[in-house]
Write a protein that binds this ligand. Structure first.
Ligand SMILES: Cc1ncc(COP(=O)(O)O)c(C=O)c1O
Length: 419
């Protein structure tokens, strides 16, 4: 069979729904300056979809730094991979600053979070090692594990009892030469709950594993100083490798991993996505240095984001909506709906209530559940929150008026009972 025909005829997962969702729930076009108000379909909407937690996408100091760096460097520099011809003073300075920020001896700036994580896991473990990871980990972690060929065991999301059991099994099976890496996330980007870093750290002495935390959604926003979820949970020293990305609160691109100096040095020379790929353009590196400074002094922005998140989450809960176990600004709303209803719901929210948010359906969540994902930012206002708290249940009532579906409660049950 022709390979292309075979691929297209598979038409599975989200691609099976794409005929109906394209341009609405998938690949929607938001136009204009990035912020809480953007144009969708020619009309200004209140936007809750962007990981712009601190509002840095349009922060004046950040925009100025980006523009000046673009003028100064253009997009060509640096040419080549860092190892061969692309190393710069700015990259080294950014890494020193990042290491200082997350309180690790050294840091390595990565071209992209996804590729960076894939390579990081791939190089850390091999066929004679073990990886134990939270079942809800991001696909870049899963892909890295697959590529590495390491023995892999997952534990149910945030289930420390099961993690302990898995580690006991690994302990029985592994040889002296085989190492163990445990991976979880600081903040889970879809559900907003935190990884149980403190509980995992408590198992380190007994099982002697290394601990990697992907804090993509915690960087800049979690902890009193925004250093991330390890700071928030008081376990910065015990997390061996701290990974985060600039693609969320940083409103940019690029990522980093921070940890012991000798290991970080080794990673510089071995991570394939870094060694065999051109470094990110110089304006991005310069722009990220500015972002880091704004994040470091960003107490007021953090407080604004958290205050909006608190108001939104309390208000949605008070309306009886199921927002799961979030412990971060990420605000999921679980509703019982068919995919058709979900699409109609999103359209209604946008067209009638002027609210733009993202949603996922099966296969990302169990059949019969739709998950909205709202991201409060420092740019949203209490009025935005009020409007949204009223709109979400009102639109739901309209969509489900003719069916007997029930809102909330049961949707989360469906999620936790899913495999
Ligand atoms: C937990 C986690 N890790 C890694 C990534 C990838 O980061 P990037 O967008 O920088 O490639 C994401 C992005 O969605 C993420 O949520």
């Amino acid at each position: 069979m022709d390979l292309f025909e075979k691929a297209v005829s598979r038409n599975e997962g989200l691609s099976a729904l794409s005929g109906r969702t394209h341009g609405i729930a998938t690949f929607p076009k938001l136009r204009g300056d990035i912020g809480s108000r953007m144009d969708f379909g020619g009309v200004t909407r209140l936007v809750w979809s962007l990981n712009n937690y601190l509002g840095l996408a349009n922060h004046p100091e950040v925009r100025r730094a980006d523009a000046e760096a673009a003028l100064k460097y253009g997009l060509a520099a640096p040419m080549g991979s860092r190892m061969m011809s692309g190393e710069t003073d700015d990259l080294e300075a950014l890494e020193t600053e990042l290491a200082g920020f997350v309180r690790k001896p050294a840091a390595f700036f990565l071209n992209f979070g996804y590729q960076g994580m894939v390579s990081l896991v791939d190089i850390l473990v091999g066929r004679h090692d073990w990886v134990v990871y939270d079942a809800h980990c991001h696909s870049c972690i899963i892909d890295g594990i697959r590529l590495s060929g390491a023995h892999a065991r997952s534990f149910p999301h945030n289930d420390i009892g099961r993690l302990e059991k898995v580690l006991e099994q690994v302990e029985r099976r592994r040889s002296q030469a085989e190492g163990v890496l445990v991976i979880t996330e600081g903040v889970f980007g879809m559900s907003g709950d935190q990884g149980r870093l403190r509980d995992i750290v408590a198992l380190k002495e007994r099982f002697g594993f290394r601990f990697l935390v992907d804090d993509a959604h915690g960087f800049g926003i979690m902890g009193p100083d925004g250093r991330g979820t390890p700071e928030a949970q008081g376990v910065e020293d015990e997390v061996d490798l701290h990974f985060a990305t600039f693609a969320k609160a940083g409103a940019s691109i690029g990522a980093f991993v921070a940890g012991p100096a000798d290991l970080i040095w080794y990673l510089r020379y071995t991570m394939r996505s870094q060694v065999f790929s051109k470094g990110l353009p110089a304006p991005i590196v310069a722009g990220n240095r500015t972002r880091l400074r704004v994040i470091e002094s960003g107490g007021a922005l953090r407080a604004r984001c958290w205050s909006i998140a608190g108001a939104l989450q309390n208000g949605l809960r008070a309306e009886g909506l199921d927002i799961g176990e979030t412990a971060s600004p990420v605000t999921p709303v679980f509703l019982r709906m068919t995919p058709e209803q979900a699409l109609a719901y999103l359209e209604l929210l946008r067209e009638e209530f002027g609210i733009f948010c993202s949603a996922v359906t099966y296969p990302v969540v169990p059949p019969g559940v739709v998950q909205l994902r709202l991201i409060p930012t420092a740019e949203h206002t209490p009025d935005d929150v009020e409007r949204t708290i009223e709109a979400l249940p009102a639109a739901y009532a309209k969509i489900t008026a003719e069916s007997s579906s029930v809102c909330a409660g049961s949707a989360m049950d469906a999620l936790t009972k899913s495999p």
